[in-house]
Design a protein around this ligand. Structure first.
Ligand code: ADP
Ligand code: MG
Length: 331
């Protein structure tokens, strides 16, 4: 199973940023209100994510580390209506197979927490000792040390600490923007890089967008919120005066999940260029919401691809909504 996990890890775990993404999604799925991310040496040395979610019961700790042991899908039918972010049951075992992992967790109805760390034996097998008692508040802490220590071929492909940290930070930003209700902190070594309070109202959301996208974006953007034909689009779009030399401020979410999609990109570009946008790259943080059955988010496990059942409808809705909003403020 160890080898199988390592192979699966090749698909899910590319670098520290992918570990952070999977762990954060688990914390969110667990209903956390507060998540603390502690990083050392760009994530190469250590990634530690602590949440206050529902926790993992003692008897499920080892199970969570075995392949396809997702607790989130009860039947194949659920796949169609998958609402939670994780649904593959591969992340934890994959990450554990290529790092030194420790999981500590406590559920509400438990007086104490329990901790496990899977051991990699020389014969390639994975061994679990019984969980040991530990002091822990309700929630889960997962620590991932020495990523790829046992897979030199993959370790070789990692970039410098700085570059790896940039990727990691971008993942945290993307996730923070789609989970306004969760307080999130990010530390790198001794430095506090992000301290995001839970944002329950517009003011708080504005503040978070400002922290993540920068105050200049906040000042030169407009907020929109529009709904028609079962589609809802809301969020912040940079005014035509605010442009970027890089396409680095383009956050688009479908039902809370960050995506990259040609239909979306095309519609947005078109809307901007039709209001005489001479800027280089538009900037936006936009959220599209539609019935889950109208979009397939399972197209690829990590590539952020989606497939809209009615791409034409989505395209026209995005184009018209953005065009209208931008044309209204055209100088
Ligand atoms: P998936 O998220 O696809 O179910 P994972 O391998 O990411 O698979 O996680 C395996 C299981 O471990 C989850 O289904 C969940 O039950 C449990 N789990 C993982 N992380 C957490 C967490 N932070 N809080 C509570 N449960 C967790
Ligand atoms: Mg998961």
């Amino acid at each position: 199973p160890h080898l199988v996990n390592q192979i699966a890890a090749g698909e899910v775990v590319e670098r520290p940023a992918s570990v952070v993404k999977e762990l954060l999604e688990n914390s969110i799925d667990a209903g956390s209100k507060k998540i603390e991310i502690d990083i050392e040496q760009g994530g190469l040395k250590r990634i530690r994510i602590r949440d206050d979610g529902k926790g993992i019961p003692k008897e499920e700790l080892a199970l969570a580390l075995s392949r396809h042991a997702t607790s989130k899908i009860a039947s194949l039918d659920d796949l169609e209506h998958v609402a939670s972010l994780g649904f593959r049951g591969e992340a934890l075992p994959s990450i554990a197979s290529v790092s030194r992992m420790t999981i500590s967790s406590r559920t509400e109805d438990n007086e104490q927490g329990w901790t496990v760390s899977p051991q990699h034996r020389d014969d390639g097998a994975e061994a679990f000792d019984d969980p040991e008692p530990t002091a822990h508040a309700k929630g889960t802490t997962i620590e991932v040390r020495d990523l790829f220590y046992n897979v030199p071929a993959r370790r070789k492909f990692l970039k410098t600490e700085n570059t790896e940290f940039k990727h990691l930070q971008e993942v945290v930003k993307k996730i923070s923007l789609s989970n306004f209700q969760i307080g999130i902190t990010l530390r790198h070594g001794q430095r506090n890089l992000l301290t995001l309070q839970p944002a329950l109202e517009r003011v708080g959301a504005d503040r978070r967008v400002s922290e993540i996208c920068g105050p200049a974006f906040m000042e030169q953007s407009l907020y929109l919120d529009y709904e028609a034909a079962g589609l809802k689009l809301w969020g912040w779009v940079g005014l035509p005066t605010f442009s970027r030399s890089q396409a680095d401020l383009q956050y688009f979410y479908v039902n809370g999940r960050i995506i990259k999609d040609r239909v979306v990109t095309h519609a947005v570009r078109q809307a901007y260029s039709d209001v005489l946008f001479h800027g280089r790259h538009p900037a936006y943080a936009l959220f599209l919401e539609l019935a889950p059955e109208k979009v397939d988010v399972n197209a690829h496990p990590t590539k952020h691809e989606v497939r809209f059942r009615d791409a034409r409808l989505v395209h026209d809705f995005l184009y018209r909504t953005l065009h209208q909003a931008l044309a209204d403020v055209r100088p």
